[in-house]
Design a protein around this ligand. Sequence first.
Ligand SMILES: CC(C)(COP(=O)(O)OP(=O)(O)OC[C@H]1O[C@@H](n2cnc3c(N)ncnc32)[C@H](O)[C@@H]1OP(=O)(O)O)[C@@H](O)C(=O)NCCC(=O)NCCS
Length: 160
Amino acid sequence: MTIRPASAADAEAIWQIFKAVVAGGDTYVFAPDTPRQVALDYFLGANVHSWVAEVDGGVVGMYKLISNRRDLGSHVANASFMVAPSAHGRGIGRAMGEHCLDEARRAGYQAMQFNFVVSTNKGAVHLWQELGFTILATQPKAFNHSTLGYVDAYVMHRFL
Ligand SMILES: CC(C)(COP(=O)(O)OP(=O)(O)OC[C@H]1O[C@@H](n2cnc3c(N)ncnc32)[C@H](O)[C@@H]1OP(=O)(O)O)[C@@H](O)C(=O)NCCC(=O)NCCS
């Protein structure tokens, strides 16, 4: 697996992964019918730094790294991750998570915060805890899960 900066040439691959992930309605607040341009703005928009993970020359996942807040809150990073459902559970999320922490340190961020980790997203919660994040807060019933209804979402954080 290689992880490299995303470019405009990755737009279609990013869109296909985005679409497949949000179709589940179980991990992100994006509706399953979110338009392509919204997805591309999210991962390839201005001031967004994104990377893609490739296996055998094909993109299997991506993440973005941004400031969590503007100006006086900009020393804290925020990131979002998506792995193609067909490639889950093969270490791609972990590799991107570690890569992201390195990139955030390199960019001078002091901490990383995830604002909205769905509490029932066991794989993600487990992975972020393994990578040193703690749950700072629980947002009660903040996510309308496609099959479970209203479930909690976590704010997760670690210093870098
Ligand atoms: C969450 C996500 C990024 C993880 O990526 P991945 O490539 O599937 O995960 P990995 O193969 O790197 O596994 C990471 C760890 O999570 C564990 N894990 C994966 N799925 C799990 C599950 N359903 N329950 C518990 N643990 C799970 C793995 O065992 C592994 O732990 P280990 O290294 O201690 O064995 C990926 O599944 C994904 O894109 N999901 C949909 C979008 C999403 O949830 N993004 C994150 C939003 S906060």
